[in-house]
Unconditional design. Structure first.
Length: 178
């Protein structure tokens, strides 16, 4: 094998590894969103998605550390009878064992007791953008940081939500009402 052929082989191997990482990171995003609708938040769920030092910042609260992240998520999600989270393709900036990830989100939250289709549901919807950092771990890629910024909402907010973290609103220069 010539030096040129060896260089081509090494370049190809590096590209295959990069593409594999991108596919795994896209699967991480997809698994996270799907899990919100499935509603099973336990130790296995946490370990499959997050690093030990996970930092989450959402409009209705923040959490640090893998201990308690399942309970934190369950507390948020129990406000709804059903949910449907739809994410856009993710944007991934890969840098070795670290990646910046982001994707747009439309989340539909159906209130408890709301009629089943085809009757109209009572709901709360939001549009926003997730941003985060993922790290390669011995178990695969995991989120180390995850933040949701809200752009718009419609429908009725659940009774338990009395405020949102203003830093999680994407106002693009507009001053939010206080």
């Amino acid at each position: 094998m010539t030096r040129h052929e060896a260089a081509d082989r090494d370049a190809l191997a590096a590209e295959v590894a990069r593409l594999g990482d991108l596919a795994e990171l896209k699967q991480l995003v997809d698994r996270y969103l799907a899990s919100l609708d499935e509603g099973v938040f336990d130790r296995a769920w946490s370990g499959s998605l997050f690093t030990d030092g996970i930092e989450m910042t959402f409009p209705v609260g923040s959490h640090r550390g893998i201990a308690g992240v399942a309970a934190f998520t369950a507390e948020i999600m129990k406000r709804w009878g059903r949910t449907h989270h739809h994410g856009s393709d993710s944007s991934i900036d890969l840098d070795g064992d670290r990646a910046e990830v982001s994707w747009s989100l439309i989340a539909s939250h159906v209130h408890h007791g709301s009629p089943l289709p085809p009757d109209a549901s009572e709901y709360f919807q939001l549009g926003g953008r997730f941003t985060g950092i993922a790290r390669r771990t011995p178990g695969g890629w995991r989120f180390e940081r995850l933040q949701l910024r809200i752009v718009w909402t419609t429908g009725a907010v659940p009774k338990g939500v009395t405020h949102v973290d203003r830093q999680t609103l994407d106002t693009r220069g507009n001053t939010p009402a206080i």
